[in-house]
Design a binder for this molecule. Structure first.
Ligand code: URA
Length: 201
């Protein structure tokens, strides 16, 4: 992770960061992935969403959240008056793990400097983490996502900026557990209220 941190710190823009990540050889997941999935949406947006890792559809298209989870995410965003042009979307891990397995803690740590730099450069006013791994990494807790979701936490960037974080359930989890959609709905209403408060909506 030291090599990745050194490289990531050299990126002055999101485009530079993307190029640096594309030439990074320190993560084994790159060998089996078809593409690197960097981001979608608007990097100028006040809201940034961070998922876990690309799945099959994302790997084929090179964009985050374009499969079934992404369709649900689009509907959730629409419900709070947003869309992909008013949010910036990325993942903790930019390469698809084989067979969509959960990234190992080692892989997540290797990629950590990249997503942290991506957040610092995009400078969102509000962050939403989708699922447990993203929440644990960016909020720095070991609590499970069902405990963590629904309450504001914070992510402090390397330059000391404190960004409010709403941890919520992952759309793929909601597809498997539709009864929990009402919890995610509550979380996104909190996000909407926060964006209103900040004058972003
Ligand atoms: N799940 C994620 O966490 N990210 C994606 O981009 C797609 C599915």
């Amino acid at each position: 992770a030291a090599a990745a941190r050194e490289l990531a710190s050299k990126a002055a823009t999101l485009d530079e960061l993307k190029q640096i990540m594309e030439s990074f050889e320190g993560c084994n997941l790159k060998a089996t992935a078809k593409s690197m999935v960097f981001a979608d949406g608007n990097p100028e947006a006040d809201l940034m969403l961070v998922g876990e890792a690309p799945g099959r559809d994302e790997d084929l298209e090179g964009l985050p959240f374009v499969g079934r989870s992404g369709q649900l995410l689009d509907r959730i965003l629409e419900a709070i008056g947003l869309d992909r042009k008013s949010a910036y979307i990325a993942n903790v891990i930019p390469w698809r793990p084989p067979g969509n397995r959960t990234p190992t803690p080692h892989e997540t740590e290797i990629c950590r400097p990249f997503i942290e730099r991506q957040i610092a450069l995009a400078k969102p006013k509000v962050l939403v983490t989708l699922g447990g791994p993203s929440a644990k990494l960016l909020v720095g807790t070991q609590d499970g996502i069902l405990r963590l979701r629904g309450g504001w936490k914070s992510h402090v960037t390397a330059d000391g900026t404190d960004i409010p974080v709403m941890p919520t359930l992952h759309p793929a989890y909601l597809l498997r557990n539709p009864a929990h959609k009402k919890l995610a709905w509550r979380d996104f209403l909190e996000v909407k209220a926060k964006l209103r408060e900040l004058g972003s909506l």
